[in-house]
Write a protein that binds this ligand. Structure first.
Ligand code: NAD
Length: 515
């Protein structure tokens, strides 16, 4: 239906006055609607509960953005029943029709872009351009998965023996439990949900507590796009309660999770326990954290390197699974690079995400803020502090922070912080740099700045990461151009926005007919 190349959704340019004005209007309109009431949405019906979680704006902690009706185990059971029943008919809907609905969803997101950006700015404190990137990625996931499903829907002939027709066919599996994080609140949730639904599965989606207003926006668009009742059910609630329940449920055939290592490993463990009446071995697509490093070679272009590291470390306050939190600098350029990084960091503006000038907004909530401040305080006791930014005091603002001469095996250089904190590590030579780079349990993203073809070739071969970036920043993967995901303790599963992703949600069947 849509031949030709795949194109990524273009990003907005807020230097353009008209777009800036539309954004300011969207923000003020959205603020006028706060607090947003977020119900559950199960089997086509909105449901209210007596358990309300108040989500505040991390840029201004006195503003309530949403009142989230938190689901209980009973609601989770209703959602599972609805998804199980809807599967009987949804799996018979032709793939092309399912793909059309997902494309319609992308069209609605494009139409409502400014409103969707405003929601993220206010609910999770994402700066404008970062939020626009998230919406663009959500649109890309929808379009990419819709197109790919149309291709996968055609049976593939196997062999060429006369008198035998053997075909490879993908079939849907059943109910998918989708459990999402808050940091790419629309893109990651929409990516997992549309992948599951376009492949003919039904879905119970459990958004992160911190981004349930964004997720409710997605649910409303799903209804508008025409998905039948029960195919995609919306279950806001606490992870340990409803998340746990849908992971354990006997109807669950696939679990699509993105989040922390601790929760991901816990889910894998629980999913391996077979419940009475369970019909499938649960397939787990589990994307977890990272401790991503950028290596700075002796001959690196330091202007490019400083710029790339700065954005990779401090973009969205370091709250990206792909963010740089280690910079491994070869001895010869260590002092020059570090001085320039610190100078550049001084120019970072930290402030309300509503302010288009803010390079960095707040971190997501009080818990994250306290955890990050605790990590910085501990770092100050054990390591050399090179830079700590000043921050406003009326929201959850964590300072951009740089530590120097951190040993590669220090806690600060090994544990995911998920905040704007960077450990600069000195390496004797490239061997040593690679040894440090590969010394964490994670393998998500990594980068190299170098002008030496031999060193670039070597790092491509030896740096153990799912996504390696050479002479550029290490965040901002684009659907199709940079299929995304890690291995080792960063997760199991195939890359999002790539050619193998949808296959995980399906069962390949081989049908052989003697003709
Ligand atoms: P989290 O693990 O705290 O929460 C993720 C989701 O799991 C939430 O919806 C939460 O409610 C739910 N949950 C919590 N306990 C549960 C349980 N016992 N059973 C079932 N569900 C449960 O992660 P977060 O703070 O939302 O996100 C940050 C983390 O996500 C970071 O570690 C980051 O690196 C990672 N991440 C990874 C990727 C990737 O593609 N690899 C992308 C984005 C974020």
């Amino acid at each position: 239906k849509k031949p030709g190349r795949f194109y990524n959704e273009p990003l907005l340019d807020f230097a353009v006055k008209a777009d800036r004005e539309k954004m300011l209007k969207a923000l003020s309109d959205f603020k006028a609607s706060m607090p947003v009431n977020v119900p559950l949405h199960i089997n086509g019906k909105e449901i209210s509960t007596s358990n309300i979680f108040e989500r505040v704006n991390p840029s201004h902690a006195d503003q309530v953005v949403g009142k989230i009706n938190m689901g209980s185990v009973d609601h989770a059971e209703q959602a599972m029943q609805a998804a199980q029943t809807a599967f009987k008919t949804w799996k018979t809907v032709p793939a092309a029709k399912r793909a059309d609905m997902v494309d319609k969803l992308a069209d609605i997101m494009t139409r409502d872009k400014f409103k969707l950006i405003a929601t993220q700015v206010l609910e999770v404190g994402k700066p404008w351009a970062e939020a626009d990137g998230d919406i663009g990625e959500a649109i890309d996931f929808c379009r990419y998965y819709a197109r790919h499903m149309r291709e996968l829907a055609s049976p593939l002939r196997q062999g060429a023996l006369p008198g035998e027709l053997s075909q490879y066919i993908y079939k849907s599996r059943g109910v998918t439990a989708v459990i999402a994080p808050w940091n790419f609140p629309l893109a990651i949730l929409a990516g997992m949900v549309t992948a599951a639904a376009v492949t003919g599965n039904t879905v119970v989606m459990k958004p992160a507590e911190q981004s349930s207003v964004v997720a409710w926006g997605l649910m409303k668009m799903i209804v508008e796009a025409g998905f039948p009742a029960g195919v995609i059910n919306f279950l806001p609630g606490y992870g340990e309660e409803v998340g746990e329940y849908i992971v354990n449920h006997k109807f669950t055939t696939t679990i699509a999770f993105t989040g922390s290592k601790a929760v991901g490993l816990h889910i894998l463990n629980k999913a391996s326990l077979v419940q009475p009446g369970q019909t499938h071995v649960k397939r787990c697509i589990i994307e977890m954290g990272g401790k991503n490093a950028v290596i700075i070679d002796n001959d690196a272009d330091l202007d490019e390197a400083v710029d790339g590291v700065l954005y990779s470390s401090f973009g969205f306050s370091g709250q990206k699974c792909s963010a740089a939190s280690r910079v491994i600098v070869l001895d010869e350029v260590y002092d020059r690079f570090t001085d320039r990084l610190v100078e550049a960091a001084k120019s970072i503006e930290i402030g309300s995400a509503e302010n288009p000038k803010a390079y960095m907004g707040p971190v997501v909530d009080k818990e994250a803020y306290e955890r990050i401040l605790g990590t910085i305080a501990e770092g100050e006791k054990n390591h050399k502090l090179l830079f700590k930014a000043n921050v406003p005091s009326n929201g959850y603002y964590a300072p951009a922070t740089i530590f120097g001469n951190v040993p590669g095996d220090a806690k600060l250089a090994q544990q995911e912080i998920f905040g704007p904190v960077v450990a600069v590590i000195r390496a004797k030579n490239l061997d040593h740099a690679l040894e440090i780079a590969n010394s964490t349990e994670y393998a998500l993203t990594g980068g190299l700045f170098s002008r030496s073809p031999a060193n670039i070739a070597r790092v491509k071969e030896e740096f153990e990461v799912g996504n390696l970036y050479v002479n550029r920043g290490i965040t901002g993967a684009m659907v199709d151009r940079h299929p995304f995901g890690g291995f080792k303790m960063s997760g199991v599963g195939s890359k999002t926005g790539g050619i193998d992703y949808l296959k995980q949600y399906m069962e390949p069947i081989c049908v052989t007919e003697n003709t």
